[in-house]
Design a protein around this ligand. Structure first.
Ligand SMILES: [Zn+2]
Length: 373
């Protein structure tokens, strides 16, 4: 700390500390509240764990790591209390740092290790899996150097994982994803964007079989995905809300029909460049809106957001679609918009669909027409 003019200088910290010392030990008027049990604070290392963690919650994560190296007391305090850590700004030495931090930071629940230049290797992920049993949210995106060993380690060490981002980790195999889902059955969100090798029908069948609570899945650019895999998801993951199938060029109407029938809570669907998709898929989505309302009404657990259904649909470059079918979808889901600013029905690249309009654009269009005549 202190090299940058915007940060606290060491002298500032020392003066803050002196004030803090007086307050906590009851030498100043504020100390009245602590008179019955004054805390003896003579040095930085003596400040209570809760206070230290409170202070560290105000600084960036690199300062937290530096603080953990100040003394054994601080290291133990931080290790026993730190639950969230992000190293995304670290440009080098991420792997070595994790090897030394993982055994100390055993209470981590959220760890973000997204990289611009791949640094992480399997041994660091293995260290995390060995020591951070409570991990629930892990971002390993763009870790190009990782192999299946990392997913195997996570499967054994982190059974509570609810959110995993391995987008861009192209070296993983489908078998490793199958293995992971056999153990990490609590997954709610999985990002496999760009995992071209791993995201196969076989891997998706395992997800459908093992992860019935899945709510978000990103399969963007996974061009090995086919109908068999998506149909297994639709069958096995009825709580699915957000699904990105952009550039899954092999899927057909069967995938969309299965999703329309099997996933009544779907709010966002990406079908960019899925050029096998036809009007049949659109009409099935439109019909699902009616069925959805009935099912949710019957279940008596309906919430407003569930009733609204699709809020985002990307069908850019789906060139086989015609205006009546897409208009039917737009009419069935009031949260889909083509109007500027809201734009949640994305039809760019489909010149034939320019006549499709959401209710508010239609209204604006007709009042303009009325004014002009
Ligand atoms: Zn609109």
């Amino acid at each position: 700390m202190g090299q940058d003019g915007n940060e606290l200088r060491t002298e500032d910290l020392n003066s803050c500390f002196k004030k803090l010392m007086m307050v906590v030990s009851g030498e100043e008027e504020v100390g009245k509240v602590n008179r019955e049990s004054p805390v003896r604070v003579k040095d930085w290392k003596d400040i209570p764990t809760e206070l230290l963690l409170r202070i560290l919650s105000l600084v960036d994560d690199s300062s937290v790591i530096m603080a953990s190296g100040v003394c054994k007391g601080w290291r133990d305090s931080i290790g026993s209390g730190l639950t969230h850590l992000s190293l995304v700004q670290l440009k080098k030495n991420m792997n070595n740092l994790l090897l030394s931090l993982a055994p100390k930071f055993t209470k981590l629940q959220m760890l973000s290790l997204r990289q611009d230049v791949a640094q992480l290797e399997d041994n660091a992920v293995e260290a995390i899996a060995t020591h951070c049993y409570e991990l629930r949210d892990l971002d390993l995106s763009k870790s190009f150097k990782l192999t299946d060993c990392s997913l195997h380690a996570l499967a054994h060490g982190c059974p509570n994982l609810a959110k995993l981002n391995i987008s861009g980790c192209w070296a993983f195999s489908p078998d490793a994803v199958v293995y992971l889902t056999n153990f990490c059955t609590q997954l709610r969100a999985l990002n496999l964007c760009g995992c071209v090798r791993a995201a196969t029908d076989c891997a998706l069948q395992a997800i459908g079989r093992n992860c019935s609570r899945l709510q978000m899945l990103n399969l963007g650019w996974c061009d090995n995905v086919g109908d068999l895999g998506v149909m297994s998801l639709a069958f096995g993951c009825p709580d699915l809300r957000v699904l990105d199938l952009c550039y899954c060029v092999r899927i057909t109407d069967d995938s969309v029909i299965a999703l329309a029938n099997g996933c009544p809570r779907l709010t966002s669907l990406g079908l960019y460049y899925c050029q096998n998709i036809t009007d049949r898929a659109m009409y099935s989505l439109a019909q699902s809106a009616v069925k959805r309302k009935r099912t949710l009404w019957d279940s008596r657990r309906s919430r407003r957001e569930d009733e609204e259904g699709l809020k985002s649909l990307n069908i850019s470059q789906c060139t086989a679609l015609t205006p009546p079918a897409v208009q039917a979808v737009c009419d069935s889901f009031p949260a889909l918009h083509t109007c500027p600013g809201r734009h949640s029905l994305i039809i760019s690249g489909c010149l034939s669909l320019t006549s499709v309009r959401c209710a508010c654009s239609l209204q604006a269009h007709s009042s303009l027409w009325y004014l002009a005549h």
